[in-house]
Design a protein around this ligand. Sequence first.
Ligand SMILES: Cc1cc2nc3c(=O)[nH]c(=O)nc-3n(C[C@H](O)[C@H](O)[C@H](O)COP(=O)(O)OP(=O)(O)OC[C@H]3O[C@@H](n4cnc5c(N)ncnc54)[C@H](O)[C@@H]3O)c2cc1C
Length: 288
Amino acid sequence: MREVFLPQRIEELWEILKREPETEIYAGGTDLLVKMRSGQVNPPSLVCLERIESLRGVFDKGKEVFIGACSTHSNLLEDPVIRKEFPGLARGIDVLGSPPIRHMGTIGGNIVTASPAGDTLPSLYVLDAEVEVHSKAQKRRLPLRDFILGPGMVALHPQEVLWGIWLKKQPSWNVHHYEKVGRRKALACSIASMAALLELSESGTVVKARLAWGSVGPTILSFSHVDNNLIGQLLSIETLSSLAKQVELSVSPIDDLRASAEYRRTVSGLLLLRLLYYSPSFRQECDS
Ligand SMILES: Cc1cc2nc3c(=O)[nH]c(=O)nc-3n(C[C@H](O)[C@H](O)[C@H](O)COP(=O)(O)OP(=O)(O)OC[C@H]3O[C@@H](n4cnc5c(N)ncnc54)[C@H](O)[C@@H]3O)c2cc1C
């Protein structure tokens, strides 16, 4: 019989983690319980974070926003600060799994799972998210890009938990985009995904750009040459098509059950063409 601990206070959690060093933490269980059922992991006991109030919530701290690691995807979708300040992240959550998965799954679980297909991750990368990690003895804050080490690998030490995520508000960035391509429209893991954060001038010239791709490498990928080559350009079909070629050459996808590497490569470039939609002249043409 496997024991399941349900601490309500953080002090209880530290005690359990000290007493049961082999225990496995879970929040919504939508990743961990699937892995246990398929025999990929077999922990001797489990500790559930769900009842610890201090690990949940969205806190507006002025220039920054703090998201508790155990906030569920549904909690975040309902949150006005997330919707207003980080619409690209909200879009990623909106297309993650299905309503039951979004009710149970948490942003912290999505990060620690560190899947290249994680739907919150490309937006968190372009937002330059930082994570806060706690143990009984200390806290530390580090960039998400340094926290995620590879597929399923994060920089968590024994007896540490992911406490939350820090996001800087991005008032000057006026395009927040996320799109994923899956085998179906709903309840589909991404074959390729792309998040974009852009600052466009009134005439539609790119002033600042940060882009990131999911499912086309071992972790989320971004390419400074692609970001830089977009700066100073209008979002035209010519510019985006030429950059799409650079993206296709830069990604490092694999073949798997969901798609071939070649298909992923093509889709990752095509996702960039979607940015055309934000071009003022393209929109005018569509409206007329
Ligand atoms: C049917 C189905 C569809 C899905 N569809 C998608 C999808 O479209 N897109 C997508 O991105 N994901 C999808 N997922 C995966 C999953 O739902 C998400 O990754 C979810 O965010 C995981 O959160 P969780 O709280 O359930 O994680 P859990 O299963 O509770 O935990 C996952 C891992 O994170 C660790 N962990 C969790 N919280 C913490 C913490 N605070 N500190 C330290 N470690 C922690 C656990 O130890 C475990 O290793 C799907 C899953 C299922 C079953």
